[in-house]
Ligand binder design. Structure first.
Ligand code: GDD
Ligand code: MN
Length: 362
């Protein structure tokens, strides 16, 4: 006999959520009775063995699936791949940590099935919704939300929500244009769709995390501004570029600090400047490896090769920067214009080649 195909895929990105997996499956089982559902955990090779836990459950229950990604990180990318791995006509995305209230899933499903809406968003801030976050986190979340709404013009009450359900035929055409490196996948979907989606917001109470810890705290701000930047500039500038530029800016401070120290230590100016260049280059490389290219992080021998490649690319970048600035200055002697043009060109050069050759982002 053929098994009933799933009408609803619930995609759950996971990173270090071992203790929450079984609990979530139990909750889905209770609340989704009457709907042919499946759950797809997209795990980025969590060191705590989350995927092993999921696979153990999957051996008992064919509605549970595991998509394990190796050598990659990123919430939005995980969600996108999870959604694309299923063929169900309706897909939901929710967190694994039980902060998203699963009891509104049947209502979200019913609304989509009726066919009057394309996307249902679980909202903390719609009338009737609320959040169990601490006062401080809730305030941060609310200000980021209002900023996102003002800058992007979306009218959603909770554009940063990671809890939503969408029709597959609406999602699939948007998928190639979505950013995989950020975490605001919903905001990205809505902006990319340019008003073509019929959206309904369903209020819920954002709960407290049961086990494990939040992974987004430190990176939220950077990712968030990166996504806004990408949208405002029509994808010309990405989150990665923003991060790369910030690291470059930081590198200038490192450079000056080392220069100062080396001069005080009695080095001649040329040796002090050379030391500063080398230290700044290495520090930029390691910070970029941790932050800008965290999803492609190099290690072991690759780390050494990467460092050498990065230094080579940056040296050529520096020559290009100086050449450009000198040429411009000869045409039109405005120091800051020539200097800035050289720096911008150097940044683009370094960024493009590092992305392509050092971290090999396709
Ligand atoms: N596969 C994968 N890869 N999953 C990840 C990654 C990653 O790199 N980082 C986080 N996750 C998973 C977590 O395991 C969890 O299931 C979910 O994504 C959300 O991560 P949390 O660390 O719990 O995020 P949060 O609670 O701080 O953020 C929540 O609130 C935001 C709104 O302010 C999430 O619901 C976000 O989606 C939401 O935007
Ligand atoms: Mn969470």
């Amino acid at each position: 006999m053929r098994a009933v195909p799933a009408a609803l895929s619930v995609v759950v990105p996971t990173f270090k959520e071992k203790d929450n997996v079984a609990l979530l499956v139990q909750k889905l089982d209770l609340v989704l009775s009457g709907i042919a559902w499946e759950v797809i955990f997209v795990d980025d090779d969590s060191p705590d063995g989350t995927s092993g836990e999921v696979k153990a459950l999957a051996r008992e229950d064919s509605r549970v699936r595991c998509l394990k990604r190796i050598g990659r990180r990123g919430l939005a990318g995980a969600c996108i791949e999870g959604i694309l791995s299923s063929s169900a006509p309706f897909v939901a995305v929710m967190d694994c940590d039980l902060q998203h209230d699963e009891s509104i899933l049947p209502r979200m499903f019913a609304l989509l099935e009726e066919g009057r809406v394309d996307l249902v968003v679980g909202s903390r801030y719609a009338a009737g919704g609320n959040s169990a976050l601490s006062k401080r986190r809730d305030a941060i979340s609310r200000s980021a939300t209002s900023l996102a709404r003002q800058l992007t013009g979306v009218s959603l009450s909770d554009p940063m929500s990671g809890f939503f359900m969408i029709r597959r035929d609406c999602f699939d055409p948007l998928a190639p244009s979505l950013a995989t490196d950020g975490f605001k996948i919903l905001l990205d979907i809505v902006l990319t769709a340019r008003g073509s989606l019929r959206i309904h917001e369903e209020p819920y109470r954002f709960g407290t995390r049961q086990h494990g810890e939040s992974k987004l705290d430190a990176r939220v701000i950077l990712d968030f501004f990166g996504l806004l930047l990408a949208k405002v500039t029509g994808n010309a500038l990405s989150t990665r570029f923003l991060s790369f530029s910030l690291v470059g800016g930081l590198g200038l401070f490192v450079h000056l600090a080392v220069l100062r120290l080396s001069l005080s230590a009695g080095l001649s100016f040329p040796s002090a400047q050379t030391t500063a260049v080398l230290v700044a280059m290495c520090s930029n490389f390691f910070i970029n490896n941790q932050l800008t290219y965290r999803d492609k992080r190099l290690s072991g021998f690759g780390l050494l090769r990467g460092l050498a490649g990065f230094c080579a690319v940056s040296s050529v970048g520096a020559v290009a920067n100086i050449g450009m600035a000198t040429w411009l200055y000869a045409q039109q002697p405005t120091w800051w214009l020539a200097g800035a043009a050289g720096a911008i060109m150097g940044a683009f050069w370094n960024y493009s080649l590092s992305t392509l050759l050092v971290w090999r982002v396709k």
